[in-house]
Design a protein around this ligand. Structure first.
Ligand SMILES: NC(=O)c1ccc[n+]([C@@H]2O[C@H](COP(=O)([O-])OP(=O)(O)OC[C@H]3O[C@@H](n4cnc5c(N)ncnc54)[C@H](OP(=O)(O)O)[C@@H]3O)[C@@H](O)[C@H]2O)c1
Length: 285
């Protein structure tokens, strides 16, 4: 069985690749110079390039498709890569989706993940969806230079998941894909926390005073628009990160990490400890 892993130059894909190094997965990356050195085959492709993806997925049985970085045309990129996988004869796709992925999800990027799930379902390939919550080891880094996490999340709760747990779960699925064909798993942490709790607990681990400030949706849009001049889709993604939490869409705690990995999902503190260093770029999902 040949396994391929995309996003292997990133944190999640890189962790999965290292966990499965003994199975010699094919690493599909945009920049081979950045690929982890595991001794296996490295192929180059970006999702927007259908023919490069087709070539990169040739001979692959099981593909871990790590969702692309945020962009205005991410849906098309995913659809191109998924069509290429089907054409190349991939038998099963494991896709990193998002909790509550739906056409009308409050978190706007959750709608993109729904679109990708639909494309995979329609492709005829077997599939496993790992619907990730927000990453516990990313949320604290939404804080600004003065340690304030600001957004319209109110008292809403999020069962944020450690990226290391998503990596462990993906590795378990890729090791025995047939056992997980057709399954959708919810990747959450062990508890649902408010942003105020996340700020306090993460601050203690990071040695930094963090606090949460609630704001209205109008305020959230206004200052983000003024400060970053970002496109509307990007503003919607940023603001709906918080409103989705406020509205309870991320509050459910799932047992799927434990079921897949055999170990308890990492706490916020353990999630932060498992991420050595985060880069400056902070995607939402
Ligand atoms: N649930 C959440 O809270 C949350 C938070 C952040 C991200 N995410 C999603 O989860 C994914 C994995 O997270 P991560 O922490 O591992 O992110 P990461 O460290 O930024 O890695 C993303 C990986 O995907 C590759 N990639 C991005 N866009 C691509 C494209 N269009 N075509 C081919 N490869 C592409 C990147 O390649 P390069 O190295 O060439 O850039 C990198 O290897 C993210 O890409 C994002 O979709 C979810």
């Amino acid at each position: 069985m040949t396994i391929a892993i995309t996003g292997a130059t990133g944190r999640l894909g890189g962790q999965v690749a290292r966990a499965l190094a003994d199975l010699h997965p094919v690493l599909v990356v945009r920049d081979p110079a950045k690929a982890p050195e595991l001794g296996g085959e490295v192929r180059q492709a970006t999702y927007a390039d259908g023919s490069a993806c087709r070539a990169a997925f040739e001979g692959v049985d099981t593909l871990l498709l790590v969702s692309a970085s945020e962009s205005a045309d991410r849906r098309e990129q995913h659809r191109t890569a998924i069509a290429a996988a089907a054409e190349a004869g991939v038998r099963q796709v494991v896709y990193t989706s998002f909790v509550g992925a739906a056409a009308d999800a409050t978190f706007t990027l959750g709608r993109d993940h729904h679109d990708a799930e639909q494309a995979i379902r329609e492709s005829g390939m077997a599939h496993t969806f790992l619907r990730d919550s927000f990453y516990a080891d990313v949320l604290p880094f939404y804080a600004d230079a003065s340690g304030v996490i600001r957004g319209p999340a109110g008292e809403g709760r999020v069962a944020a998941v450690a990226r290391a747990d998503v990596a462990d779960a993906a590795a378990a699925v890729l090791t025995d894909p047939a056992a997980h064909a057709g399954a959708t798993y919810e990747m959450t942490g062990p508890e649902a926390l408010t942003f105020a709790e996340i700020a306090e607990r993460a601050g203690a681990v990071l040695g930094r005073a963090l606090r949460f400030e609630d704001e209205s949706e109008d305020e959230a849009y206004r200052w983000r628009r003024e400060q970053y001049g970002a496109a509307q889709w990007q503003l919607d993604a940023w603001v709906s990160t918080y409103t989705a939490i406020r509205d309870g869409a991320l509050a459910r705690v799932s047992d799927d990490v434990r079921r897949l990995t055999g170990h308890a999902p990492r706490t916020l503190e353990e999630a932060l400890a498992s991420t050595s260093r985060l880069g400056a770029r902070i995607d939402r999902g």
